[in-house]
Design a protein around this ligand. Structure first.
Ligand SMILES: Nc1ncnc2c1ncn2[C@@H]1O[C@H](COP(=O)(O)OP(=O)(O)O)[C@@H](O)[C@H]1O
Ligand SMILES: [Mg+2]
Length: 316
């Protein structure tokens, strides 16, 4: 996979994120004094990559023994995390030349508040010889006592120019013919600033050794964003039944997280000229809130599509 092959191995290779890079390189000058870190930002903007770069920089050749990567949204929950961190700590002793162990915890904003409180305790118990890098999409999903124990780094969504440039470079290295920048701009339009998805799309659309606007459109139509866009357009045209059917398929069969659904729906709405944007977006905001409160995703998304469909009938 090209997204892995071209994962940056140093801060200087990382596209954009200059504020993050600047502050981190300063911190890394005194490795012993690096605090816990919190990386927040949209998918495919370089958070996990940066955590790996930081870990390699601090731990050097001991990187694989002295770092532990876990996914906080793992359904086995905080007890599993405590167990894994404790076991890790038991087997990885203090060692000359290694300032501390590193635990990288991805998707922390998916943890419940109780689990985050437990995590805070674990961090305190281990504080003398273990540092944490917490990763999340939204720092607002992280409880304040955890935020205040970390240096927070905000990753920006990559902009079109950066994505296009990066894709063009990869295409060139892979010997893919492109003719113009148009296919890369189309990829950006299809996936937004998510560089992982952009690179995946690039790879799929250039299997023939050439990338064109057509090959991108064909592949992009089947991306998650494309499908969500289609569902939202159907609803806006008043075809609630069909929109609902496709939404259920997308969430059940493909396991698309409802947050992604809302994010892509929002992008579709804001780029759809026929829609009453004010009304449509307040509907979206309402369901975003309900989902955050723990509403059943399928019921909530169904209700949202019903409301969007009503817009086409002049209702509010
Ligand atoms: N800022 C970036 N610069 C260069 N490549 C990036 C950047 N962000 C993401 N990528 C590409 O996308 C892939 C996934 O990035 P990752 O760091 O896992 O994103 P996330 O922010 O979701 O953790 C990487 O392997 C790399 O190819
Ligand atoms: Mg990640």
């Amino acid at each position: 996979m090209w997204a892995e092959k071209y994962r940056p191995r140093s801060l200087s290779e990382l596209v954009d994120q200059s504020a993050v890079k600047g502050r981190l390189s300063l911190l890394l000058k005194k490795k012993g004094e690096v605090p816990h870190l919190l990386f927040a930002g949209p998918p495919g903007s370089g958070k996990t990559t940066t955590a790996m770069i930081v870990a390699r920089d601090i731990l050097g050749e001991h990187y694989s023994d002295y770092s532990l990567s876990l996914n906080a949204s793992d359904e086995r929950g905080i007890d599993m995390i405590r167990e894994r961190v404790k076991t890790f700590a038991r087997f990885v002793d203090r060692r000359e030349g290694v300032p501390y162990r590193l635990v990288i915890l991805d998707e922390c904003d998916e943890m419940t508040n109780d689990a985050q409180t437990a995590l805070r305790r674990i961090m305190e118990e281990m504080a003398t010889y273990t540092r944490f890098i917490l990763i999340c999409n939204y720092s607002s999903g992280i409880i304040e006592p955890l935020q205040s124990r970390c240096a927070i780094f905000r990753f920006q969504r990559l902009d079109e120019a950066s994505v296009v440039r990066h894709l063009a470079q990869i295409a060139k290295k892979e010997g893919v013919k492109s003719g113009s920048e148009e296919p890369f701009a189309l990829i950006y339009q299809a996936v937004g600033g998510d560089l992982r998805q952009a690179i995946n799309l690039l790879q799929t659309a250039s299997v023939s050794g050439e990338i064109t606007a057509d090959s991108v459109s064909t592949v992009a139509g089947s991306t998650v964003k494309g499908r969500v866009g289609e569902i939202v357009s159907l609803a806006l045209k008043g075809d609630f039944e069909k929109a609902r059917g496709k939404m259920v398929e997308l969430t059940r069969v493909y396991g698309i997280p409802e947050r992604d659904f809302l994010r892509f729906a929002n992008e579709e709405l804001t780029s759809n000229p026929t829609v009453d944007l004010g009304k449509a977006v307040s509907i979206l905001a309402e369901y975003d809130f309900r989902l955050a409160q723990g509403g059943n995703p399928e019921v909530q998304l169904t209700a949202m599509l019903a409301q969007l469909a009503l817009l086409s009938k002049g209702g509010d």
